[in-house]
Design a protein around this ligand. Structure first.
Ligand SMILES: Cc1ncc(COP(=O)(O)O)c(C=O)c1O
Length: 490
């Protein structure tokens, strides 16, 4: 290779380099990289030794070493021990890209499926503040304990734990989850039945892809959890809304005539209406599922937070025929950004689910899983839940008092005494989407109940999360919301 002396390079760099600020690394990297790509620093040019350039620019030598290393990794520089650093002979792939030819805009580049995903999106851009539904009180999370346990996991880390994880989750966490569920949810399960996933949403995608084919029917509670709806829709399933009554999911006689492949339900605290599924309905659905080989997906997302009574045992614990797929999440009891959830599967499904999890998602998060397992084993999990149950119970009471004080009988409060949210039922004919939009202009976040429904004429209401809202914030923000709703009374 033709070698070019570096005498002119410092000038080239110095002219563009500006001292000060914290951006030396990024600046130098940009200058040299642009110079190479525009051929202002031709192939074969020798870069100044790091010590010399550091002196010329008056910055740390280490910064220059890092920039050279980064560019060498990208194939733009070549370094040889004792021979200096040279601009590499660039392969055509690195040549300046051709100027883009103007293309006519032809609408969205998304596929039909892509448009359905984006168009049907329900996740709110704001996930904090009054009254964001489903968000726990993150200011009270015992972060110091967590960071101590996490530091310990890192101190004791073995290299394979940083590789791709395979299998159904870390054994310590699977065992801790099984033990917790046996003790608190009346469940009959072993650690071998537990599959750890990255959030409930991932678990729903697995279920939809492994247990149903495109075109198969799935029963969904209506109103119901839009996250499940999206996962099933994206897997090509046929969504069939099933109405609720005071006992929960209530299929009509006509619907019972045509068994679906899957049914999705949240029996301990129906989302979002809050109905608690009664014992009779539980038995009826389990018998039906056994007789028609239907899978019941039991979403038990927030049952730990039941205020007046003990949580009802899970449906899974009553299932004698292995038809229930139990879904739990740490998003409410810990924090949503943790992205850890789990399935409890009938024993003959676990291997297939574990293999599919690796195949579709390449799971990891091993150190997070170990940290969480220790958090549970050392009793922090149960004490955090106990403490938060009191806090949420109190906040719920304050919100209900405010609703009664400000709006009286004009509205209703739906659902049982549990969870992190409630539904404010609005008078028939009210336009909940407009009310939610108006509330948002006053800084109050609510979700219209109608968005949770697939039926043409859904009952109007507002889903209000109180988990992450202090009592003062509840009083203040509900005051603002009441001003929007007030005119409905006249
Ligand atoms: C009904 C319901 N199920 C499950 C979840 C948990 O989802 P994830 O584990 O993906 O955070 C939520 C979260 O909002 C929920 O509302």
């Amino acid at each position: 290779m033709r070698r070019i002396a570096h005498a002119t390079l410092p000038d080239f760099i110095v002219q563009q380099f500006q001292r000060g600020g914290d951006y030396h690394h990024r600046q130098l990297y940009r200058i040299v990289k642009d110079g190479i790509l525009r051929a202002a620093l031709p192939a074969g040019s020798r870069l100044p030794p790091t010590r010399e350039l550091a002196q010329t620019l008056g910055i740390a030598r280490n910064t220059i070493v890092q920039v050279y290393e980064q560019l060498a990794l990208e194939g733009l520089l070549q370094a040889g021990v004792g021979r200096g650093t040279y601009v590499a002979n660039l392969a055509p792939a690195f040549a300046e890209p051709p100027a883009p030819t103007p293309v006519q805009r032809r609408g969205t580049p998304l596929s039909r499926r892509g448009r359905a995903i984006v168009g049907g999106a329900r996740a709110s851009a704001v996930q904090w503040g009054a009254f964001a539904p489903g968000v726990p009180e993150l200011r009270m999370f015992p972060g110091a304990v967590w960071s101590r346990l996490q530091a310990r996991a890192w101190r004791e880390v073995a290299a394979p734990q940083l590789s791709y994880a395979t299998g159904a989750g870390h054994p310590l966490l699977r065992a801790a989850i099984a033990e917790h569920l046996q003790g608190t949810r009346g469940m009959a399960c072993s650690a071998e039945q537990v599959l750890v996933t990255s959030g409930a949403q991932q678990a729903l995608h697995l279920i939809a892809h492994l247990l149903a084919d495109p075109g198969d029917a799935v029963w969904l509670e209506d109103p119901g959890y839009w996250g499940a709806r999206s996962a099933f829709r994206m897997a090509g399933l046929q969504l069939q809304p099933v109405a609720l009554d005071g006992e929960g999911l209530a299929p009509t006689p006509q619907q019972l005539q045509a068994p679906p492949r899957l049914m999705f339900t949240s029996p301990s605290h129906q989302y979002p209406s809050g109905v608690l599924m009664g014992h009779g309905r539980r038995r009826q659905l389990l018998d039906y599922a056994a007789a028609h080989r239907v899978w019941i997906v039991e979403d038990d997302y927030d049952s730990e937070f039941r205020f007046a009574s003990r949580p009802l045992p899970a449906l899974q614990g009553l299932d004698a025929h292995g038809r229930v797929i139990y879904l739990g999440t740490f998003s409410k009891t810990m924090f949503p950004a943790l992205r850890l959830a789990y399935l409890v599967l009938p024993p003959d499904l676990i291997d297939s689910f574990a293999r599919a999890l690796s195949e579709l998602f390449r799971e990891g998060q091993t150190l997070q899983q170990i940290t969480l397992a220790q958090f549970m084993r050392q009793g922090h999990y149960v004490s955090h839940i106990r403490r938060m149950r009191q806090v949420y119970g109190e906040r719920r009471r304050v919100l209900i008092d405010e609703i009664a004080r400000r709006l009286g009988g004009a509205v209703s409060v739906l659902g049982s005494d549990a969870g992190l949210h409630l539904v404010l039922g609005l008078p028939r004919g009210a336009d909940d989407e407009t009310i939610a939009r108006q509330a948002l202009t006053r800084g109050v976040l609510t979700r219209p109940l109608s968005l949770y429904s697939l039926r043409p004429d859904p009952a109007p209401g507002l889903v209000l999360g109180y988990g992450a809202v202090t009592e003062e914030e509840i009083r203040h923000s509900f005051g603002l919301l009441a001003e929007v709703i007030e005119p409905l009374r006249r």
